[in-house]
Design a protein around this ligand. Structure first.
Ligand SMILES: NC(=O)c1ccc[n+]([C@@H]2O[C@H](COP(=O)([O-])OP(=O)(O)OC[C@H]3O[C@@H](n4cnc5c(N)ncnc54)[C@H](OP(=O)(O)O)[C@@H]3O)[C@@H](O)[C@H]2O)c1
Length: 369
């Protein structure tokens, strides 16, 4: 990595010092599945660090599921959650059946909405309604859910800016792998000439296994058996997951207003192990790349399997790993790889976004500093 993305050491006023009085920030969490639960666990695990080093006391006031929510004025402590295996949600005194996020947002003093409901890139719902209600009601938003942003990126960004609120979505772009942060802050002053990313772990795993001799169907089944690929892997293998992430990164870092219709998308379903073997003989490999390049007067956005030379910074990014390279005029090629993309990694990215909202002045989604 050419420029160091460890923002906390450079930009966060509180980092490295002990802050005595912590600022109380109300949180409401929508979605209590894999990511939502991991986020609650992190709140507990990192409570002391957040108070001491960032001056933040994050107070979880409500947790919403599809059929109701846990609500508490005094704050919900993660260890008090009744939603453990064998326990009945409805038995919790905090459980309010039928409670909706929209209703909760009106009763709690605004802080940050943490959105972790399922991604639907066709309708954006239920997240789209959640994000709009939060931004209209004075809440900052951090989201792991890419659906609403895929459907109405510009509308949501404009709504946040009009209300002087921050909308952040690191967890929706590549979970713990820093992509937008690097483009926004670490490359300040450099011109970004192009961007290339391996942004989907499932397809990278399948292509890696095919490069080792497995056929497509065999590699896909293996990925499903290991819980890497969804039961319905269409969004991943047809390239749409990569396309949405590319859209979010490009719109944020390059200040564009791309929609999914502007991206040429081709997945990996037509790739054979023979093609990977041929690439190997030429000391290359095939990767599903999301790429932004400059055509005369405009940016060109595409997702497709591309031949990658052995000297390319993303050549060695294999299995479920992801990576992104920014090609710049003054800083050369800046590459970031790795970062957990499981629920804990996504939860950590949500927490990072919250810290940035309160600890980096003027932290927005669409300006390069
Ligand atoms: N899993 C990962 O590693 C990962 C990584 C990065 C990003 N993401 C994204 O993070 C989001 C959450 O993923 P996940 O794996 O945690 O999903 P999940 O396990 O399916 O959990 C989804 C949660 O959302 C709740 N929900 C559904 N509709 C709702 C509504 N209308 N109001 C309130 N809550 C509602 C569900 O409620 P019930 O409990 O009642 O069903 C469930 O608790 C997705 O958008 C995903 O794409 C996931």
């Amino acid at each position: 990595v050419g420029s160091n993305p460890t923002l906390s050491a450079i930009l966060i006023p509180g980092a490295g010092t002990i802050i005595k009085k912590a600022r109380q920030v109300p949180l409401v969490l929508a979605g209590f599945g894999h990511v939502g639960k991991a986020f609650c666990g992190l709140l507990q695990e990192k409570d002391e660090l957040l108070r001491k080093h960032y001056g933040l006391a994050l107070k979880l006031q409500a947790v919403l599921k599809s059929d109701g929510g846990f609500i508490s004025d005094s704050g919900i402590t993660p260890k008090g959650f009744p939603d453990r295996p064998g326990q009945n949600t409805a038995r919790s005194p905090l459980w309010k059946p039928g409670q909706t996020l929209e209703a909760v947002l009106k009763t709690v003093k605004p802080g940050v909405l943490v959105e972790c409901t399922p991604s639907n890139v066709q309708t954006g719902e239920p997240g789209l309604g959640h994000l709009r209600a939060a931004l209209r009601g004075g809440w900052h938003v951090v989201t792991a859910n890419k659906g609403p942003l895929a459907v109405d990126f510009k509308g949501l960004r404009d709504l946040a800016q009009a209300n002087h609120l921050v909308l952040k979505y690191s967890a929706a772009t590549a979970a713990a792998l820093p992509t937008i942060d690097v483009g926004l802050y670490s490359l300040a002053g450099a011109e970004i000439i192009s961007i290339e990313g391996i942004l989907n772990g499932t397809t990278n795993y399948i292509l890696t296994r095919m490069g080792e001799g497995a056929e497509y169907k065999e590699a896909l089944r293996e990925a499903q058996d290991q819980g890497i690929a969804e039961h319905n892997p269409a969004l991943d293998v047809e390239g749409w997951d990569t396309a949405v992430k590319l859209l979010l990164i490009a719109n944020s870092v390059l200040g564009l207003d791309l929609t999914l219709q502007d991206i040429k998308v081709e997945g990996i379903t037509q790739i054979t192990s023979g093609l990977l073997e041929k690439a190997k003989q030429e000391e290359k490999t095939l990767k599903l790349i999301g790429r932004m390049t400059q055509a005369p007067g405009r940016w060109k956005a595409e997702v497709s399997p591309m031949s990658v030379e052995s000297t390319h910074p993303l050549f060695g990014v294999s299995r479920t790993n992801k990576g992104i390279t920014f090609w710049t005029d003054t800083m050369g090629a800046v590459t970031v790889t790795g970062g957990k993309s499981d629920p804990r990694g996504a939860a950590a990215a949500l927490l990072k976004d919250i810290i940035h909202i309160f600890c980096i002045p003027n932290a927005t989604t669409s300006f390069r500093l």
